[in-house]
Design a protein around this ligand. Structure first.
Ligand code: PEP
Ligand code: MN
Length: 357
């Protein structure tokens, strides 16, 4: 057996693990200088295994020779192969009122970028009323050109804090730089790691350490294995709250901004226990296609949808052509609800408006 420990585990926690190994008659030896991977020799029955799994600081107990990544849906080993191992269910990630995975589906909606404060508050209230369980909006924007609007930055974070307060919705917002994790984390209920940063491993490690839930978007040229390994960087830091997002990959046809990879959703739902959501806005790049792609994603098994919504898209600096209005959001939410009902899943919507201050 192998034990994977949390990174930088304090010495007393390591000693506790080693003591339990000795009590169980297991000989333990570290395989790495970082003291994260412990090899065990001796009789490792199911009771020993579950006792070790329950110890603080233990991320996973693996069968030697077939050690798998933390994202994997089915842990390896002879017990599983023989069919008598416990099936590993979906990870459910809860962020405020929203829940993703384990049959729960949530809609995240909001502007591409945080712009005016009053407009943001209006959008936050508007999307909540239409059934979105979380607010999105970038304060730090990854832009293709250095001459484009780069986001309202720290002022944007303050506006998000106010929108959160006024609407009661939890917020997902992008962090671009490991140095901003603390400032963004003071407001964000969930960090967004954007497509362009999927392979930024120092950033993944930093959000992993924060313990704040992470929305990890697939790089537009990334394979699904690369996406899963990016998630592994967060999980290996001891942060289990990762939601994957399929947002379209680069294709050859300029009719749509990207190509929503619906097959990716179906594959990921089998390959990992982590929740998977779709972003039909960045996939389509056109408001009139968003609803159809949201339906396709949820029909393929997605645990949620993230959509860009704006009541006056002509006024915005960023992605106005793909923003849908409130009425269309209402239709998207109704479609998602209907699709959930087809396979006994639940669309999670926020608390009733009456409980708001
Ligand atoms: C966004 O969500 O606004 C965004 C920039 O997304 P992506 O990283 O998928 O392009
Ligand atoms: Mn956008």
């Amino acid at each position: 057996m192998l034990i994977r420990l949390r990174k930088r585990l304090p010495p007393d926690a390591i000693s506790r693990v080693l003591r339990v190994c000795t009590e169980l008659g297991l000989k333990a030896r570290f395989l790495d200088g970082g003291r994260e991977l412990l090899e065990l020799e001796g009789p490792g029955g199911p009771e020993a295994r579950s006792r070790l799994e329950d110890l603080a600081g233990v991320l996973a107990v693996l069968d030697a020779g077939s050690a798998r990544e933390l994202f994997a849906r089915v842990p390896p080993g002879p017990r599983q192969a023989a069919g008598d191992g416990p099936p590993v269910g979906d990870t459910v990630v809860q962020v405020g009122a929203a829940r993703f995975g384990g049959g729960h589906v949530s809609v995240i909606a909001g502007p591409c970028a945080v712009e005016g404060e009053e407009r943001l508050v209006e959008i936050a209230r508007g999307v909540r009323e239409r059934g979105a369980a979380m607010l999105r909006g970038g304060a730090f924007k990854p832009r293709t050109s250095p001459y484009s609007f780069q986001g309202a930055r720290h002022a944007g974070l303050e506006r998000l804090a106010r929108a959160k307060l006024e609407s009661g919705l939890a917020v997902v917002t992008e962090v671009l730089d490991p140095r901003d994790v603390e400032a963004v984390g003071a407001v964000a209920d969930m960090f967004q790691i954007g497509s362009r940063n999927m392979t930024n491993t120092p950033l993944l490690v930093e959000v992993g350490r924060s313990g704040v839930p992470v929305l990890l978007k697939r790089g537009f040229m990334a394979t699904l294995r690369e996406l899963l390994l990016a998630a592994e960087f967060v999980l290996a830091e001891g942060n289990p709250n990762v939601v994957l997002c399929e947002r379209g990959i680069r294709g050859f046809d300029p009719s749509t901004r990207n190509v929503l990879d619906v097959g990716a959703v179906a594959h990921l739902k089998r390959a990992t226990h982590l929740p998977v959501i779709v972003d039909p806005s960045h996939a389509a790049g056109r408001a009139e296609l968003v609803r159809a792609l949201a339906r396709a994603g949820v029909a393929a098994g997605a645990d949620g949808v993230i959509v860009e919504v704006h009541p006056a898209p002509v006024e915005v600096h960023c992605d106005g052509h793909q923003a849908i209005g409130f009425a269309e959001l209402e239709r998207v939410v109704a479609d998602v609800r209907a699709l959930c009902a087809l396979d006994q899943r639940l669309l999670v919507t926020p608390l009733p408006q009456e409980v708001l201050p």
